[in-house]
Design a protein around this ligand. Structure first.
Ligand code: 5GP
Length: 219
């Protein structure tokens, strides 16, 4: 029996979990908690042309590249999806961060905007699960952005200015959570992940398993 369970585990197809939220909604913290709690989820490290913020680590938070290096990735068709952000910097997801993992049953978590999520859905519909986090209030969101202390007042104003536009895409996502309490949000997403892992399309080993069940019945 153990052997069967092991085999079923191995042949599961990983899912791509995309979490999106307006700046300051706590998306980064939620992602960190999810990764810490589950070694079967790998974070897809994006490429960006923006400067690292204090505390951000190359290859962990992002691959920080120049415009020239970014153009090279584009020329090599190395991106699964990419967008030029409204703030100026460019962002992209490398194919190498994704395919080799989901094919061996490893789930991949993405921090990307709605435009990227849309591209991923178009390319890999069955493999992609999208989750949108809404802030409990706009006032609270501004307070969190200011307290984070990582952006200049001009950047905060810019971010606030496009928040409403970002929020208008909430209904393109599979799941929507109002992030009132960090731990509750993490628990809700963990439940989503458990359910998604059990979907028939992800359990690619089931076909062979059922075949064997049928064979066994005729023995
Ligand atoms: P930040 O510069 O604050 O880290 O991210 C700014 C925005 O870019 C966020 O909405 C973030 O989710 C998005 N982002 C980060 N990486 C990617 C990516 O690889 N692709 C896309 N489409 N968006 C990304």
């Amino acid at each position: 029996m153990d052997e069967i369970i092991d085999r079923l585990k191995k042949v599961r197809k990983g899912a791509m979990f995309i979490i999106e939220a307006p700046s300051g909604t706590g998306k980064g913290t939620v992602a960190k908690e999810l990764l810490k709690a589950d070694p079967n989820i790998k974070f897809s490290v994006s490429v960006t042309t923006r400067q690292p913020r204090e505390g951000e680590v190359e290859g962990v938070d992002y691959y920080f590249v120049t415009d020239e290096q970014y153009n090279e990735f584009l020329a090599q068709d190395a991106f699964y999806e990419h967008v030029d952000s409204q703030y100026g910097p460019r962002y992209g997801t490398l194919r190498s961060e994704v395919d080799s993992f989901i094919n061996v049953g490893q789930d991949v978590l993405f921090d990307m905007d709605w435009a990227g999520a849309r591209q991923m859905k178009a390319k890999a519909k069955d493999d992609v699960v999208t989750i949108y986090l809404l802030p409990p209030s706009i006032k609270e969101l501004r307070r969190r952005l200011v307290n984070r202390g990582t952006d200049s007042p001009e950047v905060i104003e810019k971010r606030m200015g496009i928040i409403l536009d970002k929020i208008s895409h909430w209904d393109e996502f599979d799941y929507v959570i109002v992030n009132v309490n960090l731990q509750e949000t993490v628990t809700k997403i963990q439940k989503i992940i458990s359910g998604e892992r059990m979907k028939r399309v992800r359990q690619v080993g089931l076909k062979g398993f059922v075949k064997e069940l049928v064979k066994e019945a005729s023995e």
